[in-house]
Design a protein around this ligand. Structure first.
Ligand code: HEM
Length: 447
């Protein structure tokens, strides 16, 4: 796994060779069949998260890192309110404003004859949105960064390969952290990226905690206002900031990128989606209600297909079987065993989806689509599934919708290699980012 491959490259090969249940570590089983996935992750399951993975991020005392439901419950209660559908709807004017700003930069780039960065552009936008929701203000001005290449985004991306090694050898991280950053950078740049990301986050949390950054002024919900009111200890505030930033930036923006990239390879479908959007969105500057966008059949199918194909979190999200043991896909698994199944086993299952690696939104409009819905597991399933789903879905619909409504898009790097990624818990893109020209469509005024 250290030679340029991630676990999700190897799992399909190992399952082909050894069958649907394989032992991938001394005490860890991985399951390939969708039914097994649904046995492990569903609303009735309260199994603990596996410390080996979940305590390798340095954010043990945060929503994502808490191992048991009991520990996670109070934090989830605070976040659940802010990530509720109602609060996300209240927050929409802010999302609209940031999308408008983003689109104005895409248009400006085009006016200057320049393409835009499809990897870091949407990331800069989702970073801005989650930052405003967390801290009540745009801390990093990511959208203003040349080519959206902001240091915190670059550091976050560069840090991903560190996960593969730190998972197995956490002591390596502790040793490196005791060294000056420049030595760390020289020895292992990826780990230095992680340190840079963490120190930028730490700086913001310190400023908030000391009162140097005021949280009171925002007219929108502010996550850290609620966390501070609940008197969360400093280390936990910092862990939560890391968690929400990493959770809130890349998965959502990758989904947008996946949708755009695939539509650019199917111009006919792109034109149909744009016509569908235009019919309910006559003035490109005035957003339709989110619920109207969510009900457009073809657009909804594109969103689902982008969610299905974008890798999301491809690493198996492992759980510990309770003491009495459990049945998974008809097989007894003893207590204490660590079990997991990557979302890719379901989202890319050939048994569920014809040509599972192809972008075919029309599959979501067929008579069996209702059944397929339960197999769209990008956000996970069960009590530890994604807490940010309402925000993420609003962002994907609005960002993708606004871009398609406002621009004709042409990839300037149309090769398949554009979306090559490697599993480093989430996908890591080591190649030059995909780029596209965003040409304003008729009726779109410069913003
Ligand atoms: C398309 C976008 C997204 C995808 C595909 C996605 C996917 C996931 C998945 C699969 C999990 C389950 C992890 C596990 O089992 O341990 C998860 C958890 C989580 N996500 Fe997301 N996510 C997305 C967007 C977001 C956003 C925008 C936020 C907001 C900050 C967010 C916050 C969280 C949190 C806090 C958890 C931890 C929940 C828990 O452990 O109880 N996610 N996400």
């Amino acid at each position: 796994m250290f030679y340029g491959k991630g676990i999700s490259d190897l799992l399909p090969q190992l399952h082909d060779k050894y069958g649907p249940i394989i032992r991938i570590a001394p005490n860890e089983l991985h399951f390939a069949e969708p039914e097994a996935y649904h046995n492990i992750y569903n609303a009735n399951i309260r199994w603990n998260k596996d410390p080996f993975i979940y305590h390798s991020f340095g954010a043990d005392d945060a929503s994502f890192g808490y191992l048991t439901m009991e520990e996670a419950k109070p934090r989830k209660a605070i976040l659940a309110s802010i990530f509720s559908r109602k609060q996300v709807i209240d927050f929409l004017p802010c999302i609209h404003e940031q999308i408008d700003h983003f689109c104005s930069i895409l248009g400006r780039n085009d006016q200057q004859g320049q393409s835009s960065n499809l990897l870091f552009g949407p990331r800069a936008l989702t970073l801005t949105i989650i930052t405003i929701l967390m801290f009540g203000q745009d801390m990093w001005q990511a959208l203003e960064s040349p080519d959206f290449n902001l240091s915190i985004l670059r550091s976050l991306n560069d840090s991903l390969p560190a996960f593969t090694i730190l998972k197995w050898f956490p002591w390596v991280g502790h040793v490196l952290e005791s060294l000056p950053v420049w030595v760390n950078n020289w020895l292992w740049p990826s780990h230095a990226g992680l340190r840079r990301f963490q120190s930028e986050v730490m700086e913001q949390v310190v400023a908030i905690r000391s009162g140097a950054t005021k949280l009171e002024n925002s007219r929108y919900p502010v996550i850290f206002r609620d966390l501070m009111a609940a008197q969360i200890p400093f280390t936990s505030l910092y862990s939560e900031a890391q968690t929400l930033l990493t959770g809130g930036i890349e998965n959502t923006s990758n989904t947008v990128m996946w949708g755009i990239w695939h539509l650019c390879h199917d111009k006919q479908l792109m034109a149909q989606v744009q016509a569908e959007l235009q019919a309910i969105w006559p003035d490109p500057q005035v957003y339709p209600p989110l619920s109207v966008l969510e009900e457009l059949p073809l657009f909804m199918a594109v969103v689902k297909e982008a969610l299905r194909l974008a890798p999301g979190i491809p690493h198996p999200l492992t759980r510990v079987v309770p003491a009495q043991g459990v049945m998974i896909k008809g097989q007894f698994i003893p207590g204490g065993t660590v079990v997991g199944s990557s979302t890719l086993m379901v989202n890319r299952s050939a048994a569920l989806f014809d040509e599972p690696d192809d972008f075919r939104p029309l599959r979501w409009l067929k008579p069996n689509a209702k059944e397929l819905n339960s197999h769209l597991v990008a956000f996970g399933k069960g009590p530890r599934a994604c807490m940010g789903i309402n925000l993420a879905m609003a962002e994907v619909h609005l960002i993708l919708g606004a871009i398609l409504r406002r621009f004709d898009i042409e990839l300037v790097t149309p090769g398949k290699e554009d979306l090559v990624w490697r599993e480093c818990f989430i996908p890591y893109f080591s190649q030059e980012p995909a780029r596209a020209l965003f040409r304003p469509r008729a009726g779109v005024v410069a913003m």
